[in-house]
Design a protein. Structure first.
Length: 670
């Protein structure tokens, strides 16, 4: 608080108004006196280690009187100011007195801990000054050793007691003896003599280790302190330890914080110890929607009646926006697996219309498949697996607990909250459920009830903003969570078939889950894309499809850089084979397709014939005739073959083959 600066006695500026300092004036008064030049600030502040310095003489009289009355006259204790410049806390001393155990098994009371640590710091400063000739001269001046100790005793006596509490001797001879004992025995020399004698300790170091080990034993577990005291005294008789009379001595030792932290996990479980002793971060929730999504699976918390009429439960996987606590997507299933997670995320993205910036999930269930398939990295900019067995780190668990207690609990077939819930209000009414098994809802009815509860939750007020959760979500915009388009949905949520599919004139046909699907590539007129068919018959394509809607698939080809999207295909149009059951559009569609097919046959024949003609390779170039397209073209009757009335049609040609007509007759009819 006091300091000499350029040989001018100063007081720390902030200390004048700091509640932990003098606090003799308000901050506004300090600023006023500084502005009017009443207070002479010789050095501006530069952080906690460089406080502002105000000339003591410039402090108004009324404030100086208060300071002197409370803390002493600094002008009469200039040596004290110099001494305090070398006085600093001893961290090792603080730790020693905090950890020290008294003979009765107790720790040192906190006020005594502070006093002993302060005395150690003072004696450290005394030692520094006596070991440095310049510091000694500057602090206590010149003179003999006796005068030096007298001045040192006076300086220590004038130290501000509120900051440096101590009971060091005022007599300079006693102070000198205390100093020498401190140099020889260290921190323990400052503890009250009645406590410091080692031969008075009731529990020696080896016995302490045995106690810690015995209390931590998870196989032959100690039931209580009475058993431990009995076993300890038996062990003491064998090993020559001093016997104990009271259980309290054992309790006081074992329940010291630094000892308790060692055995706690062995008696109550490592997860309990982790929750109690592991450092807990303080975090702020997101301020934007879609900045962070949490995903987790839990019990649906509803009993339902299965197909056999028996009582059953199932799992639900939820995806929640951390900013608004809106439940975005869910899926109900028997187990938390890949399919449940996939469909829950898909619903969440559909409802949101955006990709989240970050997703957090645990490593259980089917998440490994989602990660290995690169699903999570496609879904979000960041995909982070939460720390296992650390419920406090997952906001969704807290939100779901409130959802259970506030909404799901209202329904009579509620299963109760999770297994860790201990309150009676968190449990289900066993008698009611057993008496009404036949009246339980079906799974479909239970899911409908769950959907209604989710809707009410999303429309209810957020605990922090007092605004409806859904309004918070829809009213927020996140520039780093852009809207998702159709192709991105395909990339993220559509499943790639493991085996490619060959395109034939019939289309693309494959079987999934024992069901056959056939697709065709259509143009904008809803007609088969004949050009695509001609160019790709017998080519194999990789297929992506939406398990929720098999009406549309995408075709991909493999390139050195990965899959490249080629086109889309739709479920192949089917028409009635018999005219009686054909609708008008079917007849028109059939005629259009047939006409287009004939047209493509002629185009393809003409294209190839033109190429052959360029190189003189037509049958005519060899003195032969080019065959006509059967069923599409006719030729003039030949005078030499008047008996042949017409060309064979394709149908007649195929019929002749099937009837195994002789080759001579067949060629004659040609």
């Amino acid at each position: 608080m006091y300091e000499t600066y350029n040989n001018i006695l100063c007081v720390h500026g902030g200390w004048l108004y700091d509640p932990k300092g003098a606090n003799v004036m308000s901050r506004s008064n300090y600023k006023y006196y500084q502005r009017t030049k009443t207070l002479q600030v010789l050095r501006n502040g530069g952080g906690p280690n460089t406080p502002a310095l105000v000339a003591w003489a410039s402090v108004p009289e009324k404030y100086r009187e208060v300071i002197i009355d409370r803390f002493g006259d600094p002008e009469k204790t200039d040596g004290c100011i110099q001494f305090m410049q070398h006085l600093e806390q001893d961290i090792n001393a603080i730790r020693f007195y905090k950890m020290h155990t008294l003979p009765n098994g107790n720790g040192i009371p906190e006020p005594n801990q502070a006093r002993y640590a302060s005395e150690a710091a003072i004696l450290n400063a005394v030692n520094d000054i006596f070991q440095n000739r310049i510091l000694r001269t500057r602090t206590i001046g010149t003179g003999g050793l006796t005068d030096a100790w007298k001045k040192m005793a006076a300086i220590i006596k004038d130290l501000p007691h509120h900051k440096w509490p101590h009971s060091l001797p005022k007599n300079h001879r006693s102070l000198k003896r205390k100093y020498k004992a401190y140099l020889e025995d260290g921190y323990e020399s400052l503890i009250h003599g009645g406590h410091a004698q080692k031969n008075a300790e009731k529990i020696n170091d080896h016995a302490k280790l045995w106690l810690l080990a015995r209390w931590s034993d998870r196989v032959r577990k100690v039931a209580n302190m009475a058993q431990l005291l009995s076993e300890y005294n038996e062990k003491a008789a064998e090993d020559g330890w001093k016997k104990l009379k009271e259980e309290k001595t054992l309790h006081n030792y074992l329940y010291q914080p630094e000892v308790k932290s060692m055995w706690y996990g062995y008696r109550y479980g490592e997860l309990k110890a982790k929750e109690k002793y592991s450092f807990q971060n303080s975090t702020k929730m997101p301020t934007l929607r879609d900045s962070l999504w949490y995903a987790d699976g839990t019990k649906l918390n509803f009993f339902y009646k299965d197909e056999n009429g028996k009582r059953a439960t199932c799992q639900v996987y939820e995806v929640m926006d951390a900013f608004s606590e809106v439940f975005l997507g869910y899926h109900v299933s028997k187990t938390e697996d890949f399919e449940a997670q996939y469909f829950a995320f898909k619903m969440a993205v559909k409802n949101s219309g955006h990709r989240p910036y970050e997703v957090r999930f645990d490593g259980q269930g089917g998440h490994k498949k989602l990660v290995s398939g690169n699903f999570m990295n496609k879904l979000a900019h960041l995909a982070i697996k939460t720390t296992p067995y650390n419920g406090k780190s997952k906001t969704i668990e807290s939100a779901f607990g409130r959802f259970q207690s506030q909404y799901l609990k209202r329904l009579w077939f509620f299963t109760g909250q999770n297994i860790t819930a201990k309150k009676d209000e968190s449990q289900f009414n066993v008698e009611m459920i057993l008496a009404n098994t036949e009246n339980l809802p079906t799974l479909k009815e239970a899911i409908e009830a769950y959907e209604q509860c989710r809707l009410e939750w999303n429309q209810s007020l957020h605990y922090d903003t007092n605004r409806p959760r859904i309004d918070m979500y829809l009213g927020s915009k996140n520039p780093k969570a852009p809207a998702i388009d159709m192709l991105e949905m395909v990339d993220i949520f559509w499943i790639e078939r493991q085996q490619p599919v060959k395109l034939t004139a019939y289309g693309l046909t494959f079987t999934e889950k024992k069901q056959k699907y056939t697709y065709m590539v259509y143009n904008e007129d809803r007609m088969p894309d004949f050009d695509f068919l001609e160019q790709n018959i017998d080519r194999k394509f990789h297929i992506k499809y939406d398990p929720d809607d098999m009406g549309l698939i995408y075709l991909y080809e493999m390139t050195p850089l990965g899959l490249r999207r080629v086109t889309a295909a739709e479920t192949k149009i089917e028409t009635a084979r018999n005219i009686q059951e054909q609708e008008k559009w079917e007849a028109e569609y059939y005629q259009k397709v047939a006409s287009k097919a004939k047209e493509k046959r002629i185009e393809k024949r003409d294209e190839v014939d033109s190429i052959l003609a360029k190189f003189n390779m037509l049958p005519e170039d060899y003195g032969l005739n080019s065959p006509k397209l059967k069923g599409l073209e006719t030729r003039k009757k030949s005078a030499k073959k008047k008996a042949v009335a017409r060309d064979l049609t394709i149908g007649e040609y195929q019929k002749a083959l099937s009837n195994m007509e002789g080759e001579e007759d067949l060629y004659d009819r040609y």
